[in-house]
Structure formats: structure tokens, C-alpha cells
Design a protein around this ligand. Structure first.
Ligand code: SAM
Length: 278
């Protein structure tokens, strides 16, 4: 295995700073720096790009991002115990690592970043989906970020890239695929982490499209999709009952079959329905 930097191995960093993993913070650390460099490269070369990393922990992915040439990494970490380890990395890469001790859900990160910027994170499981939804629903499109490279539980990653007709297909797939290209870049077994989680994990890569694939008002689309999948086993005419008085007619006007179920309707159909109801 090749060395990516001259800092101590992550096992030593964790022992030196007594970073025993806390379950409540979703702490499962990556210890293999060759793997973290590989994750850092998923979205392509990082030269001239700022990176937002949520939850750097002891800094394995942070080191990968810096070694791979990121112009600057903004690392937002809630757990103050990690700060001395991250300070060591900042000293190794002068002026290129800014660490903020904060809850990523509370921080306005855009003030700390210069375009172009990307997000690359091994997300804490308890806030991962919420952060993804926030990144996917900015005030206007295109979003301020170029791409998102994010580690999730494999089951969540499959929901993001799911195709119509599959069990995993739903709100998350539609939200992601409406305005992004989304793919699973790699999957990882539990043993890749310390401590190992109970499930497999996967890195999803999302690239922002300049425009949505099909026109629709974001709020109407979100409302219709949420209601449609809320009772996913029901036919559309029942699942969407109460949304408008003449729901069957509106479904037909949008080119949809009122007796279909939500999981059978492709993205284009949901956008047509959102336009019909707007
Ligand atoms: N990036 C490291 C790695 O790959 O080894 C750690 C990943 S670990 C899955 C998630 C990290 O997110 C932990 O360091 C945890 O303390 C941090 N974290 C949890 N909730 C957070 C929040 N709301 N805001 C910022 N960081 C958070």
C-alpha cells in the first residue's frame, strides 16, 4: 500500500486522541487512506476546486481530498474531540483546510466556499438523508455545488439511483434524478470501517444538470410525489384523492393511468402531473 502523506496512520491518530467511536454521532471511520483517496477521486480531478466535507472525524477522507489536490477543504465536524487530529492535518497543508466545529444542519457553508465547489462526505447516517434533500432543493437551480460524492448505507444509495418499477423507487429517486445524473460509484463491506456498521455501504455520485430533465414547479412536484408514494400500494386515483376534486380527469390529462401505482410512474409522468396541477 502506498503512502499518501507523511502524517501518522489513522489507527495511531485514533489511539493518540482517544477517538472512541460514538454511535449517537454515526461514527464509523475509514482507516484505509488508499480507499479514501479513491473516494476523493470519484468526481474527477480536484485541482482548482473547493470541497465541503461534512463529518471529517479523524480525517481519513480529509487527507485523501488534500492529497488529491483539492484547492481547499471546508470540514464541518460536530464532535470537538476530533479537532486536535484535524489541526495536525491543517498544519501539514497550510491554508488549505478550514475546520469548523459545528452541526452541519445549522451552518451556512456557502459563505466559507469559493466556486467551483463540490461536496465529498462519508455522512453520519442519522443526518445523511436530510442533508442530501437540502442539497437537492436549493432556492434556485443550478445549485451552488457542482457534484455530490456521498457515502450512505447501501439501501439508501439504492433508493437514490432506483428505476421505476423497483421496490426502492420513490421520492428520493425522483428528487435526485429530476435534476442530477446519479450513480453508485462503489460499494463497501462493513469491514472497510472501524467499528464495522451492521450494513453494507455505497458511495453515490450525483452531478448537477444545468436544467431539470422535464419542466415542473419544484414545490408542486414534491407535493404530488410525496402524496403519491405515501400510500404506494394504492392506485394513483386513491393515493392522490383529495389533492384536487377531479383527480382522475387530471391524471388522464397528464397522460397517466389512474389505476397505476406510484412506483410504475416514470419521472416524466410525475413532471407532467405536476404541470397539470400547477
Ligand atoms: N469522514 C470520517 C471517515 O470517513 O472516517 C468520519 C465519518 S463518520 C461516518 C461521520 C462523522 O460525522 C463523524 O465524525 C461524526 O462526529 C460527524 N457528525 C455527526 N453528526 C454531525 C453533524 N450534524 N454535523 C457535523 N458532523 C457530524
Amino acid at each position: 500500500m502506498s503512502q499518501i502523506d507523511d502524517l501518522p496512520p489513522l489507527r495511531d491518530v485514533i489511539a493518540t486522541h482517544d477517538l472512541r467511536a460514538k454511535k449517537s454521532l454515526g461514527q464509523n471511520f475509514l482507516l484505509d487512506l488508499n480507499l479514501t483517496s479513491r473516494i476523493a477521486r470519484v468526481g474527477g480531478a480536484l485541482d482548482g476546486v473547493d470541497v465541503l466535507e461534512v463529518g471529517p472525524g479523524p480525517g481519513g477522507l480529509t487527507r485523501g481530498l488534500l492529497a488529491e489536490g483539492a484547492r481547499k477543504v471546508l470540514a464541518v465536524e460536530k464532535d470537538a474531540r476530533c479537532l486536535p487530529a484535524l489541526a495536525q492535518i491543517a498544519a501539514r497543508y497550510p491554508g488549505r483546510l478550514e475546520v469548523v466545529n459545528a452541526d452541519a444542519l445549522e451552518l451556512d457553508t456557502s459563505a466559507h466556499l469559493t466556486p467551483p465547489w463540490r461536496v465529498v462526505s462519508n455522512l453520519p447516517y442519522n443526518v445523511g438523508t436530510e442533508l442530501l434533500i437540502r442539497w437537492l432543493t436549493p432556492a434556485s437551480w443550478p445549485p451552488p455545488w457542482e457534484s455530490l460524492t456521498l457515502m450512505f448505507q447501501k439501501e439508501v444509495a439504492e433508493r437514490i439511483v432506483a428505476a421505476p418499477g423497483s421496490k426502492a423507487y420513490g421520492r428520493l429517486a425522483l428528487l435526485a434524478q429530476w435534476r442530477c445524473d446519479a450513480r453508485i460509484a462503489l460499494t463497501l463491506p462493513p469491514e472497510a470501517f472501524s467499528p464495522p456498521p451492521k450494513v453494507h455501504s455505497a458511495v453515490v455520485h450525483l452531478t448537477a444538470l444545468p436544467e431539470p430533465r422535464f419542466p415542473a414547479d419544484p414545490q408542486v412536484l414534491e407535493q404530488v410525489v410525496a402524496k403519491g408514494f405515501n400510500q404506494r400500494r394504492k392506485m394513483l386515483r386513491a393515493a392522490l384523492k383529495g389533492l384536487v376534486p377531479d383527480v382522475e380527469d387530471r391524471l388522464r390529462a397528464a397522460g397517466l393511468n389512474p389505476t397505476d401505482r406510484a412506483e410504475q410512474v416514470p419521472l416524466e409522468g410525475w413532471c407532467a402531473l405536476a404541470r397539470e396541477l400547477a
